[in-house]
Design a protein around this ligand. Structure first.
Ligand code: ZN
Length: 506
């Protein structure tokens, strides 16, 4: 219905009628909204029905405005004063800024959170510590009786609340008057516990008697460095966990603003293209896999098959491949010798292919540092380790082998702990296993490849030392390009450092 009042448009100063309508949601903002019949379907229907002015201010980037319905897509502002020509999406921020700087209004965030009934009629949950007394009403359990423990002789029948049916558990004394009373049999939604369990995990047993957690221990352990879970928990659980943390911060129990530093939502494991499920019969029994190949193979296969954030297709052949790699890795331990510290190697004195193998090993180490600290793409790390192993296989320098094998054992220890432990226990000093230093000398470049072109046409390549002089480079280029230069005179020599040599002839 129409009210006999009007309001002023904050930007144009024009008078706008005020209507009451049932399609405006009471809990949306203040409950009073600005209707835009030209650009909202419900507002359009309302304006049509009550014969209100329909004023268009957004037009399509191409084509004309529709005549018989609202234009609800994004477009370009027109008939909008100083905002003419702005993209409608972008104009939201611009107009908000105008409101803000001219004292016409300010941006607010509307939370669409609703009240949350946390009680459940289930056995598995933390009991609500309340007592129903005929005289005193609903009262809290006494502090010294907390926590209220669940009975361990429960009968689950599938009907009703098992705690309610337990013969004795709910009968207790009123915490205020001491008369016979009834304990609350509802338990809390498990979401309540999962919203703050990580805080409790920080508590050492020494404080369990007195409190749930201790601020010193919290400061040491929180926030959680890496939080790993399924995507199905990425919205509600995280929202609740942050909410609980902030409430406990406001109450002075914790110092942390946020519970988790990093989140990794892992992908699903698929078999034959579909999600594994018992009813489809396409599940894989990890026990059988562990029994046949060992836990290391299972771990290596899973981490090598895909980055952890993506879906993983189970592939029995790839399991076999992972097993073979580990078997080879174990066999090759005979190429390395036992030592307490890494062999000291004079890099300059190595052959070209020994240098290349060493470089592969250290590249794998650099990648390992990145992957464990940040990227979590364990599949690329394992690929790097395999490359390094292949490069090592072509060498017979025992020092290069031993150094490479030691470093690789330390890189893969978190992935295949049993095997890595075994070889390093046999050969190396495990105290030195975990931290490896990246030797920069391994990455120094011995030679660079330069293209040789003649009259701009790419003819051949030369390999030169990075410190070679211009004269040396040109002389090498002339030798390499001799057969194209025969019968011509060189008129110009151009050297583009680290890239190419161009000889202009006629
Ligand atoms: Zn009472």
């Amino acid at each position: 219905m129409s009210l006999d009042i009007s309001v002023l448009h904050p930007l144009t100063g024009k008078s706008i009628p005020v209507w009451i309508a049932n399609f405006v949601l009471m809990d949306y903002g203040s409950g009073a909204v600005m209707a835009v019949p030209a650009h909202d379907d419900r507002d359009y229907d309302f304006a049509k029905k009550y014969d209100l002015e329909i004023k268009s201010v957004i037009k399509p980037k191409k084509g004309d405005l529709p005549l018989d319905k609202a234009f609800t897509e994004t477009g370009i502002l027109f008939d909008s004063g100083e905002f003419d020509g702005l993209a409608s999406k972008k104009s939201q921020g611009t107009i908000m800024h105008h409101f803000d700087t001219n004292g016409l209004g300010k941006k607010v965030i509307n939370f669409k959170l609703k009240d949350w009934g946390v009680s459940r009629q289930r056995y598995w949950g933390a009991p609500l510590p309340f007592i129903h007394c005929e005289d005193c009403g609903l009262v809290m359990e006494k502090k010294e009786n907390l926590p209220v423990a669940l009975p361990d002789d429960i009968e689950i029948t599938g009907e009703g609340n098992p705690l309610d049916h337990h013969p004795t558990w709910k009968h207790c004394k009123c915490s205020q008057c001491g008369k016979d009373a009834i304990r609350e049999t509802d338990t809390m939604d498990t979401f309540v516990q999962s919203s703050w369990y990580f805080l409790r995990y920080t508590a050492s047993p020494a404080i369990w008697e007195d409190k749930a957690f201790d601020s010193k221990e919290l400061d040491y352990w929180m926030g959680v460095d890496h939080y790993i879970g399924g995507i199905e928990h990425a919205i509600l659980h995280l929202l609740y966990a942050r909410f609980f943390t902030k409430v406990m911060r406001d109450l002075g129990y914790v110092n942390q603003d946020e519970p988790f530093e990093h989140l990794l939502t892992q992908g699903m494991v698929l078999k034959d293209g579909t999600k594994m499920s018992k009813s489809k019969g396409n599940t894989v029994d990890p026990d059988a896999l562990v029994e046949k190949y060992g836990a290391d193979t299972a771990r290596l296969f899973i981490l090598f098959a895909a980055p952890p954030t993506q879906e993983l297709e189970w592939n029995d052949q790839a399991v076999e491949g992972a097993f073979k790699f580990l078997k080879r890795f174990a066999d090759r331990s005979k190429n390395a010798y036992a030592c307490d510290v890494l062999p000291s190697i004079k890099h300059d004195e190595l052959s070209k292919s020994e240098k290349a193998a060493r470089k592969k090993v250290y590249e794998a180490l650099v990648r390992a540092n990145e992957v464990f600290a940040q990227r979590h793409t364990f599949n690329t790390l394992i690929a790097g380790v395999m490359e390094a192993m292949n490069a090592l296989n072509e060498q017979d320098n025992a020092d290069v082998w031993t150094e490479g094998y030691w470093i690789i054992a330390s890189i893969i220890e978190p992935i295949v702990p049993h095997l890595a432990w075994e070889v390093s226990d046999k050969l190396f000093n495990r105290k030195n296993l975990s931290e490896q230093v990246v030797l920069e000398e391994v990455f120094t470049v011995d030679t660079v490849m330069l293209g040789v072109s003649i009259n701009g046409k790419n003819r051949t390549q030369i390999e030169v030392s990075p410190s070679a002089s211009k004269e040396e480079i040109i002389s090498m280029a002339k030798d390499a390009g001799a057969k194209w230069l025969e019968g011509f005179t060189i008129v110009k020599e151009i050297v583009v450092p680290n890239k190419l040599v161009n000889l202009v002839v006629k």
